[in-house]
Ligand binder design. Structure first.
Ligand code: SF4
Length: 458
């Protein structure tokens, strides 16, 4: 997570197993989705099957998000809702609270949430099987060894979890963050930056493509550009992306959450040379006024960001650009805010996410002077959002008449087919309505109309 971002809708999936039944509720961002999927795979590999309703689960796991207050409140709602499930409330089923909330609030949670049987912070999610086994009373030592698999789990359960039907998936390449932006809780929740080894990333990519039929891999992390700097031989993100793109030429690869410092010429060159590496950059800038950026403990300035954008567009002329901006940071004057709006109107971004500053306990910015009152922050965010929408919609309208490769994704309730072009990241940038196409196919589509962020093609 590279910014204060909106909390996407809750997703729910569940699993019932020969050992017991497990149901998940995942709150927050794509990184949490990846973590839930990893926990589910581990549980399935240990003998837990997948298709029970949440109400029938023996164990309900709420994978929480708490990087800002509103996300914490949504996670609490999900916990209280799960606590009222008939089997949970009568004690037949156990409730586990996992993810960011236990990481952020530690032992305080146990006294506040007596409904929960266990708390698993992000750093302990690898222990999920042992914890669920303990709750379900599973003694693995008593299992019959499966000679074919060489491990004490049913062979069927060792198969990978089924794809939910989406032709894209997220693959996490690292976790944690060392940047300590003054407003952000992530370094305290997720810990120090640590890259995942290339072999692990490759295995996740291979499983998604070969076993689940995925056509687009979205590489995510809190800070994707830093990948490899803490690994032996310090491989770069550019190397990783080129390696994956060469191995899987029929799959799109997209990189999200690239801090300005992580955008190297080497990476831009890979983006320009490979058709299956999306010409798309999500660069969270957060602000453009130098004093505000410094108060945020972030580098850069409006001039350096404009120079970066020029460098990016020279290297990859058809690139799509996204950013996120925060309105109402402590000390933001009327002039600072006007400059931010001016930047949103002028800079060539196709998508701009706008968020009011959220004052989070435990962060350096919590104690900064000149905090802006809540109403003013919300008002500034709305003005900035309207400015960004007007500028971005005009840029997107310029796509009419152009032909894009579109990944067919699904069908609306009214039968309308839809997909996404490389210029549209999943879940945040809108979709392209199309006339036909098989889900998972990549087809050429000419854009005939746009409506704000949606495109219509034929
Ligand atoms: S501290 Fe890290 S995760 Fe948080 S906003 Fe800064 S770069 Fe993003």
């Amino acid at each position: 997570m590279a910014s204060q971002t909106a909390v996407p809708p809750t997703t729910v999936f569940s699993s019932d197993t020969s050992c017991g039944a497990v149901g998940f509720v995942t709150m927050g961002c794509a990184k949490n989705e990846v973590d839930s999927a990893a926990m589910a795979r581990a549980l399935k590999g240990a003998g837990y099957r997948v298709d029970a309703a949440l109400e029938d689960a023996d164990v309900v796991i709420i994978n929480t998000c708490s990087f800002i207050q509103s996300a914490t409140e949504e996670s609490l709602d999900a916990i209280f809702e799960a606590a009222q499930l008939p089997r949970v409330s009568c004690g037949d089923a156990a409730l586990i609270v996992a993810g960011c909330m236990p990481a952020r609030y530690g032992d305080d949670l146990a006294t506040e949430l007596e409904e929960a049987r266990a708390f698993i912070p992000c750093s302990k999610e690898d222990d999920i099987v042992a914890i669920v086994d303990g709750i379900c009373g599973i003694d693995r030592a008593s299992f019959v060894q499966d000679p074919a698999e060489g491990k004490n789990t049913p062979a069927e359960a060792a198969r990978p979890i089924e794809c939910a039907g989406e032709p894209f998936t997220y693959v996490k390449i690292s976790d944690g963050c060392d940047r300590f932006c003054s407003y952000c809780t992530i370094p305290f929740i997720r810990g120090r930056y640590h890259s995942f080894p290339a072999e692990r990333i490759e295995a996740d990519v291979r499983r998604a493509i070969e076993d689940e039929g995925v056509r687009e891999i979205v590489l995510i992390a809190q800070d994707t550009g830093r990948w490899g700097q803490d690994l032996p031989d310090t491989p770069s993100l550019a190397w990783l992306v080129e390696h994956l793109a060469t191995q899987y030429p029929a799959t799109w690869f997209r990189i999200m959450y690239l801090q300005p410092e992580g955008i190297t010429d080497e990476l831009l060159s890979v983006m320009a040379r490979y058709d299956n590496v999306c010409s798309y950059l999500d660069i969270p800038l957060q602000h453009v006024c130098t004093p505000i950026l410094r108060a945020m403990n972030r580098a850069g300035s409006r001039a350096s960001f404009e120079a970066l954008i020029e460098r990016v567009q020279t290297a990859v002329p058809d690139i799509t650009l996204r950013t996120t901006l925060i309105a109402g940071f402590p000390g933001e004057t009327e002039e600072d805010f006007e400059e931010l709006c001016d930047f949103a109107a002028e800079a060539p971004f196709d998508y701009i996410g706008v968020f009011p500053y959220s004052r989070e306990e435990g962060t350096a910015a919590f104690d900064l002077p000149d905090q802006i009152d809540e109403e003013e922050k919300v008002e500034r965010a709305q003005i900035l959002r309207d400015t960004a929408d007007a500028a971005c919609a005009a840029r997107i309208a310029q796509r009419v008449g152009r032909t894009y490769a579109v990944l067919v994704e699904g069908t609306e309730e009214d039968g309308q087919r839809y997909g996404r072009a490389q210029c549209q990241a999943p879940e945040v940038d809108g979709i392209t309505f199309i006339e036909r196409g098989e889900i998972g196919d990549i087809i050429p589509v000419t854009i005939v109309d746009t409506l704000l962020y949606e495109m219509e093609g034929e």
